[in-house]
Design a protein around this ligand. Structure first.
Ligand code: HEC
Ligand code: HEC
Length: 249
């Protein structure tokens, strides 16, 4: 009889615990399933002509299996996707979807295969990041394409690295995570969170601070600076030489 009582008690306790804990987790799962379902509907309506009905890719667009939520958040959040017309590079244009819709499509693409997730609020908090270090990391890893002041630059075959002014912290982080187009991917292993935060802090600082060295000359570096030295400097010397020659004759 005692064994029976223990069994009944155990069943009651298990049932009670299940009733208590289960609904909470399934409600969350339901929400997730709903977001994925909504994302799939949006995807079918706006993206599947190029990326395939199940994101498997077509001749007009790459497979998105394993692209991850971060790639969708970056591409759609900067207006690059849905691509309006084929070209060498998807331009940054007007964003066509709201935050919820973008997150739903991101959840759907994430469900296709593992990929980088959308960075968390903690990862995006760069308030305590080291700006000087960020500048060094930026010059080592990014400046060869984006210019040392983040002004952007031309690449081969009509491609370009866009200017980084006015880009949100989230999109800077996601660009590093996903490496759009000819940009390399900077995973958490190659560039840990603190380094990414430092880069963001550096970019935000040079954006908000006016140039201290006088005229920035478009911040395009030695070419424009050299041109000014050439015209103003050499030009001035020539004028001096002519003037001296004219005086002595
Ligand atoms: C007209 C065709 C077209 C449409 C429509 C389109 N895409 Fe794309 N998509 C492309 C092409 C081509 C690329 C690769 C070239 C590039 O990245 O610029 C791409 C790249 C991407 C990438 C980057 C993949 C990676 O591996 O990093 C993502 C994410 C993406 N698209 C999502 C979407 C989503 C979401 C939609 C719908 C809202 C969409 N696309 C609509 C053609 C399209
Ligand atoms: C090999 C050249 C190259 C390097 C190195 C590179 N990028 Fe890029 N980056 C690109 C290209 C090309 C694009 C445009 C991709 C597109 O439009 O699909 C881009 C886009 C971006 C964007 C999106 C800007 C926008 O207007 O939405 C950000 C942010 C960015 N890069 C940051 C970085 C950072 C930070 C680093 C260094 C950690 C870096 N990039 C290194 C080539 C590069």
């Amino acid at each position: 009889l005692a064994a029976f009582a223990v069994l009944v008690l155990a069943l009651v306790v298990t049932g009670g615990l299940y009733a208590l804990l289960a609904p909470a987790s399934t409600a969350q799962e339901d929400e997730q399933t709903k977001a994925i379902e909504q994302g799939h509907q949006l995807f079918l309506a706006n993206c599947s002509t190029c990326h395939g009905k199940e994101g498997q890719g077509t001749s007009d667009g790459p497979s998105l299996v394993g692209a991850g939520a971060a790639a969708v958040s970056f591409q759609v959040g900067t207006g690059r996707m849905p691509l309006a017309e084929p070209g060498v590079q998807a331009p940054r244009v007007k964003v066509l979807f709201n935050e919820d819709e973008i997150n739903a499509m991101a959840a759907y693409v994430a469900s296709l295969g593992p990929g980088p997730a959308i960075p968390s609020a903690e990862q995006l908090d760069y308030a305590d990041a080291n700006i000087t270090e960020g500048g060094e990391i930026f010059r080592t890893n990014c400046a060869m394409c984006h210019n040392f002041a983040g002004a952007g630059g031309a690449l081969t075959k009509g491609k370009y690295a866009p200017p980084l002014t006015g880009v949100s912290a989230k999109h800077i982080y996601e660009a590093m995570l996903t490496g759009p187009q000819s940009m390399p991917q900077f995973s958490e292993a190659t560039l840990p969170t603190e380094d990414k935060q430092a880069i963001i802090a550096y970019l935000k600082t040079i954006q908000n601070d006016p140039p201290v060295g006088g005229l920035a000359l478009g911040s395009v570096g030695p070419v424009s600076e050299g041109l000014v030295v050439w015209i103003v400097g050499i030009g001035g010397l020539i004028v001096c030489a002519i003037w001296l020659g004219w005086k002595s004759s």
